[in-house]
Design a protein around this ligand. Structure first.
Ligand code: RB5
Length: 146
């Protein structure tokens, strides 16, 4: 399993904790930056991770900015991406089971590192249930051509 991870300046510290945790789980981490506290534009990193996922360089992606919102909005512009902003484990689990999310996003200014790791675990331990949910995901995907 390979996970691409990206963040803006607000997410550098939390990215480190999440990356360490992923490696402890035996997951290969593809770090797509940023790695300094210098102010950067979150859409750049959201799109980098999104493209790594749709191009097949990574199985899944994780994005971190101050809120998780801006960086996920940017990722969701890439066709095939379903980025879910989650601030607790329940939504993270359901975003996999029902929405087949392929990117998890959260905000370093919203949650602490302990919650972030719980969210990551809930997301990774869940899998897409298919069935009626597949139809709904297909409807989302089809609307990319609207
Ligand atoms: C950066 O200051 C902040 O706007 C960004 O991290 C994020 O919260 C945007 O959605």
């Amino acid at each position: 399993m390979k996970i691409a991870i990206g963040n803006d300046h607000a997410g550098v510290e939390m990215k480190q904790a999440v990356s360490d945790h992923l490696k402890e789980r035996g997951i290969e981490v593809i770090n797509l930056g940023t790695d300094t506290l210098e102010s950067v534009d979150y859409p750049v990193y959201g799109r980098r991770v999104a493209h790594a996922v749709v191009d097949g360089d990574a199985d899944l992606g994780i994005l971190i900015c101050g809120t998780g919102i801006g960086i996920s909005l940017a990722a969701n512009k890439v066709p095939g991406i379903r980025a879910a902003v989650c601030s607790e484990p329940f939504s993270a689990r359901l975003s996999r089971q029902h929405n087949d999310s392929n990117i998890l996003a959260f905000g370093s200014r919203v949650i602490g590192p302990g919650t972030a790791l719980d969210i990551v675990d809930a997301w990774l331990d869940a899998s897409f249930e298919g069935g009626r949910h597949q139809r709904r995901v297909d409807l989302i995907e089809n609307s990319e051509n609207d």
